[in-house]
Ligand binder design. Sequence first.
Ligand code: UFG
Length: 325
Amino acid sequence: MTTLITGGAGYIGSHTALALRDAGKPVVILDDISTGFRQLLPEGIPFVEGDIGDSQLLQDLFQRYEIKSVMHFAARSLVGQSMKEPGTYFLANSAKTATLIQAMVQNNVGHFILSSTAAVYGEPTAIPIDENHVLQPTNPYGLSKKIIEDMLPWFEKAHGLKWISLRYFNAAGADPQGRSGEIHDPETHLIPNILKVALEEKEALQVFGNDYPTPDGTCIRDYVHVTDLAKAHMQALDFLLHSAREEKASGTINLGSGSGYSVLEVIETARRITGHPIPVQWCPRRPGDPAILVASNKKAKEKLNWNPKHTNLESIIQTAWDYLG
Ligand code: UFG
């Protein structure tokens, strides 16, 4: 019952590969190292360097490793870049994922877990956001993932594919044992950028906007620890594997902590943890940033029995800081 992890050299994929390995589950990683990092590849897991859009490679992999399920992390994920290069996102995310799933159904690989995103919702009309919230992505990144979600029921209907799309809110933190952490190039995310200031790699943290309709004027986000995300992937796959044939197991599930913190609250917490003053430079709003994104995680708790462990911001920032320090 080997699981293929695409994007296992990336932030969330590498943490999930570690979680599966720790649980004694056989795993293979496929990654083209275009946005991932070799240093994040967990030791002891077979790694194949290649492209998820290469059908022949996929077929060889599925057969050679007797793959029965796929967790699909490989993707482009920069909202700002997607506004400038929408085609890159539709091709790398939507089109290549169609190739991947087509190869799966042709090779009887029947279980699929998708890395999706809160960006499929767009500007929320209600907080907390549940899975029935209208989907109106406001950027090509979110749309590229929504397109995949729209494809999945058709593969299910025609080929019996079982799937779960996990819509992450703000993934953050690092493996508490220090084996993996958050690396991106370029880095656009809040917590790693704050920690770069604490490490004196940057002079000040640019804060995008102080005039949002929130208590302190900065955006509120739902930060969810990456090892809790990794656990949710294992639980989602188990759920699919153990569901009865006639059971309606497939669907979309939010992954968030259910709590929101403002940018200033995150900075304040990081100041306490790092002991660094973390100077701030006030900047205009970043285009496309919604004021508040907080998940309802009721469905994940009920359906997957998901019980996030790192629910406070301290533990999220502490693990990220320990990894870098
Ligand atoms: N921010 C700053 N300064 C920075 C970086 C971020 O002020 O240097 C602010 C942003 O403006 C935003 C908040 O911090 O208000 C969080 O920003 P992130 O870039 O860390 O995360 P986002 O909420 O923009 O994006 C995350 C994921 C996306 C996903 C999106 C869903 O990274 O992949 O949530 O809405 F699409």
